[in-house]
Design a protein around this ligand. Structure first.
Ligand SMILES: [Fe+2]
Length: 519
């Protein structure tokens, strides 16, 4: 997480006796009948054994992950869940169905990799437990390999619950997408009030900073009870990767800025717990290697590489801004194994557009005239120059100027030309940084808009490859992609401090596909 605030200085009510019964077709009631009085019924939410909703993710042409988690109290008496998947929302009949026993070891989550599906197809799914159905989820498989049509992706990151409402997720839930890419900071680890606007009454639970497996589980449970986030998950498949706050601020494989071993114990224990809890909660495909980086294909239109820049191999960042420190060959952000994998993928890619799901800014960002003490963001690719130059070498070698980095982390919006050419040739790549859903950017920390204007002026002056930035709005990014064009639209919302789906503005950039010599 970059420190934008330095700029200015510049019940569960468990209904007794949940009767076992046959599942009523498409019914969403039958538990309310045991509530003793009408008044109580009116005042209490309807019980569901699936309080965290439903989710799907990692779509392939023939497969998709479906997910839910059973309420732990319900699981005490029966830990089996029925799942159904169908082409119709009426489930008449279900195309696929099974009963799965879920375990306390994985917090009673069901994560099923449903195979044998048709490409580019919408499916509906739901879960049942003791006569009660979950809400119905809708998902979509990736298009077939030969597909050359339009692909629509949402891109999002950084949804800190205390900073605001997840209005962006609710807006996204109502739009058509092939998938939503989440670039990380899906939860924040901080104690209540340590990083957020508690005046709006959205307080972190547990109140303390999350450190143990139990803590992380409770924090995810809180976030996943959010109705706006639930709606987005129910309506679209997600493709997710963690950034730093899924463990702790500015995390890597050996430690984190926000981890104090003397007070919080062994870092490896914390990181291992956070990783395991992430996999329990997120609809990501689990691989035997334990690695989260992976690739996706959207026909011939686009390929997507989701990188893991935090927990695969990242080392501590450079200690200072000296050239020796910045170019230290022992510093890693991806690690050689992941770099080799990415290089191999780029070498054999068949999609017109190469999308790189990237946590921290790849393009160079000169902050020396704005934040002399943070002239280089050591937490981003600028702090790992050895591996950055290796990836640039790969991009040059395979000469695909239709490479687009999709970046989270900063909470602000960016469009860079990456390594622009001086001879009118296309830039090496493009980079779009998505605004945060709610996490603080510039406007949460200053009152004077003059400061903002000056900062933007200096950013543009000192970074001529920077085509656009917005330091103060929240929202999401939409990509509309065909083999010929890629349209990237920043969508900014009016407000995050109350539930409000109104949009404030948008900004679109259109890239033409650049024909290039085959490798
Ligand atoms: Fe963030």
């Amino acid at each position: 997480m970059f420190r934008w605030w330095l700029f200015p200085t510049l019940a569960l009510f468990m209904i007794e006796g949940c009767q076992e019964s046959a599942f009523p077709a498409n019914s969403s009631t039958n538990y309310l009948s045991v509530i003793p009085t009408a008044a109580r019924a009116a005042s209490l939410p309807e019980y569901t054994p699936f309080p965290y909703g439903v989710a799907s993710g990692d779509p392939l042409p023939d497969a998709v992950i479906i997910w839910t988690m059973l309420d732990s109290l319900a699981a005490r008496t029966d830990s089996s869940i029925v799942w159904q998947l169908s082409r119709s929302p009426e489930f008449t009949p279900p195309l696929r169905s099974d009963t799965i026993t879920v375990t306390a070891a994985h917090h009673y989550r069901l994560k099923e990799d449903v195979r044998g599906l048709q490409p580019g197809t919408a499916y509906y799914y739901r879960f049942g437990h003791r006569g009660k159905w979950s809400r119905t989820g809708r998902t979509r498989t990736a298009p077939a390999r030969e597909f050359r049509g339009q692909v629509r992706l949402g891109v999002v990151s950084c949804n800190a619950l205390e900073w605001g409402y997840f209005n962006a997720f609710e807006v996204m839930a109502q739009e058509p997408f092939d998938a939503i890419i989440h670039l990380g900071d899906y939860i924040y680890e901080y104690a209540s009030g340590a990083y957020g606007d508690t005046t709006i009454g959205r307080l972190h639970y547990p109140r303390h900073e999350v450190v143990t497996a139990r803590d992380y589980h409770q924090r995810y449970a809180q976030y996943r009870r959010d109705p706006q986030l639930q709606l987005a998950h129910a309506n679209h498949p997600f493709i997710c990767v963690w950034d730093d706050h899924e463990v702790a601020n500015n995390s890597h494989t050996k430690g984190a800025e926000n981890h104090n071993p003397e007070l919080e114990g062994d870092y490896l224990t914390r990181m291992t717990a956070a990783r395991a809890i992430y996999y329990d909660w997120m609809p990501v495909r689990e691989r035997a290697s334990g690695e989260l980086y992976r690739s996706f294909e959207f026909g011939q239109t686009a390929d997507l590489y989701m990188l893991d820049e935090r927990l695969a191999a990242r080392t501590a960042p450079a200690a200072d801004f000296s050239l020796a420190a910045l170019e230290d060959t022992t510093k890693h952000i991806l690690g050689q194994r992941q770099l080799s994998w990415l290089s191999g993928e780029l070498a054999t890619a068949t999609g017109h557009w190469q999308l790189i799901g990237n946590q921290v800014l790849f393009a160079k960002l000169d902050l020396s005239n704005i934040l002399p003490q943070y002239a280089v963001n050591l937490d981003a690719w600028d702090g790992f120059r050895h591996e950055k130059s290796q990836l640039i070498d790969s991009l040059r070698k395979y000469r695909n100027p239709n490479t687009v980095f999709l970046t989270g982390d900063t909470h602000c919006s960016w469009y860079f030309e990456v390594e622009p050419s001086v001879d009118q040739a296309p830039p090496l790549a493009h980079e779009f940084g998505t605004p945060s859903v709610s996490s603080a950017n510039y406007d949460e920390f200053i009152q004077g808009w003059d400061t903002l204007t000056v900062a933007k002026y200096r950013l543009y002056r000192d970074n001529p490859h920077l085509q656009f930035t917005n330091l103060s709005d929240h929202g999401f990014l939409v990509l509309d992609i065909t083999p010929e064009k890629l349209s990237a639209t920043f969508r900014f919302l009016k407000d995050i401090r109350k539930p409000d789906l109104r949009e404030k503005s948008h900004k679109t950039f259109l890239l033409d596909y650049v024909h290039h010599h085959a490798r």
